[in-house]
Design a protein around this ligand. Structure first.
Ligand SMILES: Cc1ncc(C[n+]2csc(CCO)c2C)c(N)n1
Length: 224
């Protein structure tokens, strides 16, 4: 996991239990072995589409909270990747499954979904780039970790497309870029020994809460 950076490895370690519940959730295992009901997957995708709208807004806020050109570049690349690739992927899969764009756009937002994205946005509104990135990191790196593991353990063709998206070199590169952004943003604002600063515990707590909200998001996926 060191390819996702030093800060991520430390935050992940501090949130070990929820991290495991997130990356090895029954929903994820159902994607791996193909036992996840199609209806649950499509319900998840529709909610995820709404999720990505607000996540794109949160990454746009990261551009606002940037202090250097390289931070702006990394954040704006993620905004672009989200809107032009990840959201398009969802529209495409839903279309193939017979869900129109109009239907997708009209998806009522579930409370678990709202809680997660507004928590992230609030971390950014009231804090600086570090608070925001600590809330954003579990989403980005968690899917990177899930994608890599599932690509090597997959036993079914059913959800191979989804797995390949997150296992792809492209996506793994995006995770590495966010890991580097997090390390550099911390070093710039706190110093190289950021993990001994008074801010560190609170940043780890934000990371942990976002991880717990990812667990609840999977759980929501299992209850259409
Ligand atoms: C609930 C939920 N959590 C994480 C992701 C994955 N994801 C969302 S934004 C982003 C960063 C830009 O690539 C990534 C990887 C998702 N789709 N849905």
């Amino acid at each position: 996991m060191s390819s996702y950076g030093r800060a991520f490895a430390l935050m992940r370690e501090a949130a070990q239990d929820p991290w495991r519940a997130y990356t090895r959730h029954a929903f994820v295992e159902g994607i791996k072995d193909g036992t996840l009901p199609r209806q649950a997957f499509l319900h998840y995708l529709r909610q995820d589409y709404v999720f990505l709208i607000h996540f794109s807004r949160a990454w746009a806020l990261a551009v606002v909270k940037s202090e250097t050109h390289s931070e702006m570049l990394a954040a704006s690349r993620t905004v672009n990747g989200l809107i032009s690739e990840e959201m398009q992927l969802h529209i495409g899969i839903c279309k193939t499954a017979g869900i129109s764009q109009a239907e997708l756009f009209a998806t009522p937002e579930r409370a678990e979904n709202l809680a997660y994205t507004r928590f992230v946005l609030e971390a950014g509104y009231s804090g600086d780039l570090l608070d925001l990135l600590a809330a954003l990191a579990p989403c980005v790196m968690g899917y990177g970790e899930i994608g890599t593991r599932l690509a090597s353990e997959v036993t079914s063709e059913t959800y191979r497309n989804w797995i390949e998206t997150y296992a792809s070199e492209d996506y793994q590169g995006a995770c590495e870029a966010v890991g580097e952004l997090l390390d550099q943003a911390l070093t710039r604002r706190i110093g190289v020994e950021f993990e001994v600063s008074p801010r560190w515990d609170r940043l780890c707590q934000t990371f942990r809460t976002a991880t717990e909200l990812e667990v609840k998001f999977w759980q929501m996926g299992l209850t259409p």
